[in-house]
Design a protein around this ligand. Structure first.
Ligand code: F6R
Length: 609
């Protein structure tokens, strides 16, 4: 995933840019580059494919570059292979203008051909270079005006950072790709991710689509597309930079798994007041809540899996139909919605394009949107009618963990809140669920204490080439996430299957040596789960079962290995039971020598170049 950082101020820019890029490294990249400008030395651009360290070595840490204004970029290739020429920044033919870009310029071929027909020669295969060349084409001594012209021509998504020789200002523009402005003491900043700049400032503002910002050493001015000045709200970043670093753990993924009890406390406890769920600043009125007749959940990947759990829990609490859709399907499915439909949009990053597009489609069709998002100020958060933040802190590992469990909690809390407003929940049940919620982080800590057992089972099973995760009802919903975690980071082929459906064909794949992870936490269907375990065992499968403490005894007589979680209300089972599955996937991947924080399928390819 690409990263952008920019600085203009009263000190050399290069070391600041390199440090910023260092903090963006976790996002995955294949090349890196910077451009700095000073009156004495002009525009200097240094870029290279490969690790950031190679760039740092080329510029000796940046200390020889005197420019106090610059832009930097880490690139993950989409248009054109990873190479020095395709790395950012891209520079106009006359060498005056340098550009870094996240997103995709959809009409770049057209623009490129047009400019080539006018004699412009290109030096890369990227879509981004057309922005640099087009800026030169429109440049008449005022880079801001040229940017306005270019934005009228380009189509697609962009977060842009632009500098121009002879002008002491850095220009930023955004559409469908995040961009953050930072207000510092000795200069001002630009970044695609706040981790790149919080070492320097916590006073930030999130750019909105269609906005252009002009940064100089004394301040920042944001404009709309017509160049009318805007007053932007500042935000204060209150988490520590260490929260975005590994904190002593070998991998971000492990750190984030271990953070889950705390993350759940942060998500849930501030929203509990005298035993009642209070949801902040919802514009959804009591009348709207009472008139709801359907809930749609839209999301991608693990967030979609949260939706599958959410369907069971919300239908149980509200007794209205809940439909859960993959965002990439929903957006093209001509869904049936009306003003009494609540559309729950779930996204950790708040920047997933399919989810965003599905949300826009839902709005267009008249649905009322409520987003559950982790990243504050992200696009989905801003566009939804209402937003609830998970408050889980930055999630850096590509494989999501604490976002999944905190999203689940927030969906459950929303269910309680809506059920209460609709008067369809028994007071005793409400109280009991809230009590269970308060106990959940401590129970999760107990599950985390079983890490050594899970590590052992991972060492026993890491060589399997095919793994089935099976379960029924909530256990099936959870099996989707267990399976995704394993395949995503360990590259083992794995399927999640509704246990009762196996006999309709797929059971033929279960043979001697197949690993079956049987999830059997849902007491109401435990006997059914047991019979599935017996069935797959009779076919020679190795069975690793996951159940609750009270069923451990009977399961131990049947399965090859048993992991347990404490008892809780069914509503919270998946949030608790996901932990051993995350740890299992983590240790299997570790045994297989996989690059855990940056798996090769890069699931969060949300705002790629
Ligand atoms: C899996 C994972 C992905 C994301 C998916 C949606 O570990 O991280 O499947 O869940 O890409 O991302 P968000 O939630 O940011 O919309």
């Amino acid at each position: 995933m690409c990263g952008i950082v920019g600085f203009v101020g009263r000190q050399p820019a290069a070391p600041i840019l390199l440090e910023g890029l260092r903090h963006l490294e976790y996002r995955g990249y294949d090349s890196a580059g910077i451009a700095v400008y000073s009156e004495e030395d002009g525009l200097e651009v240094i870029k290279t494919s490969g690790r950031l360290q190679a760039l740092i070595d080329i510029v000796s840490g940046g200390k020889e570059l005197t420019g106090t204004m610059g832009i930097g970029h880490t690139r993950w290739a989409t248009h054109g292979e990873p190479s020095d020429a395709n790395s950012h920044p891209h520079v106009s033919e006359d060498g005056r203008i340098a550009v870094v870009h996240n997103g995709i310029i959809e009409n770049y071929m057209e623009i490129k051909q047009l400019l080539q027909s006018k004699g412009v020669s290109f030096s890369s295969d990227t879509d981004t270079e057309v922005v640099a060349q087009l800026l030169e084409y429109y440049y008449r001594g005022d880079i801001l005006q040229a940017v306005v012209e270019v934005l009228r021509v380009i189509e697609g998504s962009y977060a842009l950072g632009i500098i121009c020789a002879g002008e002491g200002r850095l220009i930023a523009a955004r559409k469908d790709s995040p961009l953050i402005l930072g207000y510092g003491e000795d200069g001002n900043f630009l970044a695609s991710d706040v981790t790149a700049i919080i070492g320097h400032t916590r006073d930030v503002c999130y750019m909105d689509d269609g906005e252009i910002a002009v940064l100089d050493q004394d301040g920042i001015q944001v404009y709309n597309a017509m160049l009318e000045p805007l007053q932007k709200e500042h935000s204060y970043v209150d988490w520590e930079i260490s929260a975005a670093e590994k904190g002593g753990y070998e991998h971000f993924m492990f750190k984030e798994i271990m953070e889950q009890p705390e993350a759940i406390r942060k998500t849930a406890f501030p929203r509990l007041d005298s035993g009642k769920v209070v949801l902040e600043n919802l514009s959804l009125t009591d009348e709207m809540i009472r008139s709801l007749h359907k809930i749609h959940i839209i999301a991608c990947g693990s967030s979609y899996h949260v939706g599958v759990v959410g369907k069971y829990n919300l239908e149980r609490l509200l007794r209205i139909p809940v439909e859960v859709s993959l965002a990439s399907e929903f957006r093209y499915a001509n869904p049936i919605l009306d003003a009494q439909s609540l559309v729950l949009v779930i996204s950790q990053s708040g920047e997933t394009l399919d989810t965003m597009a599905a949300m826009r489609e839902a709005k267009r069709l008249g649905g009322r949107t409520l987003a559950i998002v982790n990243v504050v100020g992200s696009s989905i958060a801003k566009e939804a009618d209402d937003v609830l933040y998970t408050w889980a802190g930055p999630e850096i590992a590509v494989a999501t963990t604490k976002a999944y469990s905190t999203q689940l909690i927030l969906v459950d809390m929303l269910g309680l809140y809506l059920a209460d407003k609709r008067g369809c929940i028994d007071k005793k049940l409400y109280k009991r669920i809230v009590r269970e919620l308060l106990e959940l982080p401590a129970k999760m800590e107990r599950v985390l204490e079983t890490t050594e057992d899970i590590k052992y089972y991972a060492s026993r099973y890491f060589n399997n080439s095919s793994v089935f995760f099976i379960g029924r009802n909530l256990d099936y919903a959870l099996s989707l996430e267990g399976s995704l975690k394993l395949k995503e980071i360990s590259y083992i082929h794995s399927e999640s299957y509704a246990a009762g459906e196996l006999k309709h064909g797929t059971i033929s794949l279960i043979e001697k040596g197949t690993l079956v992870v049987a999830i059997a936490t849902y007491t109401a269907l435990f006997e059914k789960a047991m019979s599935n375990v017996i069935e797959v065992k009779s076919r020679g499968a190795d069975v690793l079962a996951l159940t609750t403490d009270s069923h451990a005894g009977s399961m131990e007589n049947t399965a090859d290995a048993v992991l347990t979680i404490p008892e809780t209300d069914p509503i919270f089972l998946p949030s608790l039971a996901v932990v051993p599955l995350q740890l299992f996937a983590y240790y299997v991947a570790l045994h297989r020598g996989c690059d855990i924080d940056k798996p090769r399928n890069l699931a969060k390819s949300v705002t790629v170049e």
